[in-house]
Design a protein. Structure first.
Length: 274
């Protein structure tokens, strides 16, 4: 229902973030559309977070849906039924994890800062420590984000990863500029700087999807238990919101997960409400 980020002659968009440019009522209507599509009931609450690019993980309950404001964290876990955990993204990587035996679910927001801080490893560790989850019972999905094809970063990001992960170099690769003008007129872009000191040359790209897959593997999940959804938010603007591609003027997507209520429990709760 959102019109904030699309041309007037195109269909509306499903902005799910309470951004400054969009109307709150419109966003809440979009969230009800999402809940209806996922849970079969538009009234199922969504519990989101005030995301701060941290490794902070909190325990969520149904009561959090009625809080005045979201909690500051980048991950949440619950064993309660009847609501959806949500993380918002527009380039960062959403990671969803479920304990299929104990019916415990978790949602994590992993930008590069959160990934360096091991948000996913910390979250799965909390599932094991607090909820008693066993790695062999866990399944995970890694959602779309800025992929390695487009996610250019500076050397400082590589340095941060190298300080934390022995395999950091495997997560980065160089991409050479494919600009047609540069290829046709290379002499226009020559500089007098020494090699290695010119801004012209290959850019460094990070693979955050693989980085978070490695954290899931290190947490004990089997490779076959990890689903990579795929999709690049930066170069697939027809499908996704991208903070980078739109220079900050964009909506937000949501990755959600929840534990379905048993039918008899829903009937009892509905009867109490009536």
């Amino acid at each position: 229902m959102s019109r904030a980020y699309c041309p007037e002659d195109t269909p509306g968009e499903l902005n799910l973030g309470l951004t400054a440019e969009d109307d709150r009522a419109t966003v809440l209507a979009n969230r009800r559309l999402l809940a209806g599509a996922i849970a079969g009931d538009a009234g199922v609450p969504l519990v989101s977070l005030k995301q701060i690019h941290s490794n902070l993980v909190v325990d969520a309950t149904r009561a959090d849906a009625g809080r005045k404001g979201p909690r500051r964290a980048d991950g949440q876990i619950t064993a309660e039924t009847g609501f959806l955990l949500a993380v918002q993204t527009a380039d960062c990587i959403p990671v969803l994890v479920a304990d299929s035996r104990q019916r415990i679910v978790a949602a994590f927001h992993a930008g590069w800062r959160g990934t360096v801080k091991r948000i996913v490893e910390s979250g799965v560790g909390r599932m094991r420590l607090v909820y008693g989850s066993r790695p062999r019972d866990l399944i995970a999905a890694i959602g779309p984000g800025a992929s390695a094809c487009c996610y250019s970063v500076g050397e400082e990001v590589l340095s941060e990863f190298e300080s934390q992960f022995s395999y950091a170099r495997e997560l980065f690769h160089e991409v050479f500029d494919s600009d047609a003008i540069r290829r046709k007129y290379p002499m226009l872009f020559l500089t007098q700087r020494a090699p290695g000191h010119s801004p012209i040359g290959p850019s460094l790209h990070a693979d955050l999807v693989e980085a978070n897959r490695r954290q899931l593997l290190d947490s004990g999940l089997a490779p076959r238990a990890i689903k990579i959804v795929g999709g690049c938010t930066q170069c697939q603007g027809d499908l996704f919101f991208s903070h980078r591609a739109s220079h900050g003027y964009t909506g937000r997507m949501m990755a959600v997960i929840g534990v379905r209520e048993a039918a008899h429990t829903r009937k009892i709760r509905a009867a109490k409400q009536n």
